[in-house]
Design a protein around this ligand. Structure first.
Ligand code: KIV
Ligand code: ZN
Length: 525
């Protein structure tokens, strides 16, 4: 038995059957070109009889995409097979994929008409004969004929064996055993493939192919069980897109075979470094987003976040990674900073960003970091820079904001109340005020509480990072009685709080007569 697994990609046929997707011939050609670069063995380019557009797409791909075998789908009816044959005419290597439903449910449901026979037994014989006839007709166009036994996962086994034997005798070079409805359990599907090898006398004359759907989330597991039992072609789609819950995902199946070579002892021809790029391209073209936790190609597939994992990963990536991101063409592994990231992770990122942080300062920074991380889902590099910058500027504060409440809205008078701790005094100062807007009201309340009225020279606010939870950075300049300017800065996920902090920071500098020069961001702390 060969130790190479043939990768049959059906993104452009079964994948495109996903609800709400439709690709034009040009787009299909673009994706097929990338699939060739990825190194797939067979591209199922479409179902030529289904529409003039699909016919055109298959013809275009057959003419222009070199490397893989180009395949067209057909039902086991003459017109379909002829359309596929015509569309594939210019292909260097062409395959016709024909077949029919062979489970009792499919035969009873689809072949209702008496012309197919009156009893189930008769209808099954008729279906078998149609299958054989279809293979023979497809053979007139190409030697490479694949036969699909639709709904094999629910078929009567003895009948399935007979169909396989008959279509191989008729010339089928590949026989596809689809679990069309995603009904199978891996042990069961693996056993089905093993039984086919044991029970079909001429099975060695053809390649047995697995084609699994994901209705119960087991498409890849079933595919791998089939491969383990001897199937040497897998039918899959990029990102697992497809009819209903989709098909087996190509990137997952391929990386499982590669990563667990110790178990399977098999190879594919896939250039795995192209997986990430192909996944992105398919996702954009089909308009189907890749979930962040998607294996192999999801944004979080190589992202580490919790303290224990980050610590282990930074010591040795093998502790928490079984594949290297570069092997699938994915951007480098990342440490995503969240509230669960420990000090080690934060320190590592600070070092990466060029900050040299002493151990006593890391604790202060970590507390600020936790404060922000509790309010945001992810803390970005820009947030870290803002925290460091803010921390570096800190003068020994005379005034400290302990409480801020602002009420405002359409048709109301903005009012603010503040509680400010003053260095050396036990009781905090409390004040309330109104203003033209929420920031103005907060500033008026602060002025009243601390008994200082510096002139406001400049106020600006900007988002440090994107998204609705972004950190807001407020910069405030105040002028003292001698005309000297002092710059204050405040950051928070709440822009009113950032504004109040910036104002108090500027006043602290004024009171402490701290310099106004903005220090370099990248510095030793
Ligand atoms: O799922 C299925 O049975 C199919 C066949 C048409 C191959 O997609
Ligand atoms: Zn399918």
């Amino acid at each position: 038995m060969q130790d190479k697994v043939i990768i049959f990609d059906t993104t452009l046929r079964d994948g495109e059957q996903a609800a709400g997707t439709r690709l034009g011939a040009g787009e299909k050609l673009e994706l097929a070109t990338q699939l060739a670069k990825l190194g797939v063995d067979v591209i199922e380019a479409g179902f030529p009889i289904s529409s003039p557009q699909d016919f055109e797409a298959v013809s275009l791909i057959a003419q222009q995409v070199v490397g893989p075998t180009i395949c067209g789908l057909s039902r086991a009816v003459e017109a379909d097979i002829d359309a596929a044959g015509k569309a594939l005419k210019k292909a260097k290597k062409a395959r016709i994929h024909t077949g029919l439903g062979i489970s009792d449910i499919h035969i009873v449901g689809k072949f209702k008409d008496d012309k197919y026979g009156k009893t189930l037994k008769d209808k099954k014989e008729k279906a078998l004969a149609m299958g054989v006839k279809a293979v023979k007709r497809a053979k007139q166009y190409t030697d490479d004929v694949e036969f699909y036994c639709e709904d094999s996962g629910r078929a009567e086994k003895e009948y399935l064996y007979r169909v396989i034997e008959a279509v191989i005798d008729a010339g089928a070079t590949t026989v596809n055993i689809p679990d069309t409805t995603g009904y199978s359990i891996p042990e069961q599907y693996g056993q089905l493939i093993a039984d086919i090898f044991a029970r079909v006398p001429n099975v060695q004359k053809a390649i047995i192919s697995v084609h699994c759907h994901d209705d119960l989330g087991m498409a890849v597991a079933n595919t791998l069980a089939g491969v383990h039992s001897g199937a040497r072609q897998i039918e899959c789609t990029i990102n697992g897109v497809g009819e209903r819950a989709g098909n087996a995902s190509l990137e997952e199946a391929v990386m499982a075979i590669k990563t667990r070579r110790d178990f399977f002892g098999l190879d594919t021809k896939i250039n795995t470094k192209e997986l990430y790029r192909t996944s992105k391209m398919a996702s954009e073209m089909l308009g189907i987003a890749v979930p962040p936790n998607k294996a192999v190609v999801g944004n979080n597939a190589f992202a580490h976040s919790s303290g224990i994992h980050v610590d282990g990963f930074l010591k040795d990536p093998l502790t928490y990674e079984i594949m290297k991101p570069e092997d699938v063409g994915s951007p480098q592994s990342t440490v995503v900073l969240t509230a669960r990231t420990g000090r080690h992770g934060l320190k590592h990122r600070l070092t990466e960003l060029g900050y040299k942080v002493s151990d006593d300062r890391i604790e202060q920074l970590y507390q600020r970091f936790l404060d922000i991380a509790d309010k945001k889902t992810e803390v970005f590099d820009e947030d870290i820079a803002a925290i460091v910058n803010d921390q570096m500027r800190t003068v020994e504060p005379v005034f400290e904001l302990q409480y801020l409440h602002v009420a405002c809205g359409t048709g109301t008078l903005p009012t603010a109340s503040v509680k400010i701790k003053i260095k050396g005094k036990d009781a905090p100062m409390i004040a309330a005020a109104c203003g033209d807007g929420p920031v103005d009201a907060a500033y008026e309340a602060i002025k009243t509480a601390i008994g200082q009225s510096p002139k406001l020279d400049l106020y600006s606010i900007k988002a440090v990072t994107g998204g609705k939870e972004a950190l807001g950075e407020a910069i405030v300049k105040v002028i003292d009685n001698d005309g000297v300017r002092f710059t204050g800065r405040g950051i928070s996920t709440d822009i009113i709080e950032a504004s109040a902090k910036a104002y108090i920071d500027a006043i602290n500098r004024m009171v402490g007569k701290a310099g106004t020069e903005k220090p370099e961001v990248k510095a030793e702390l």
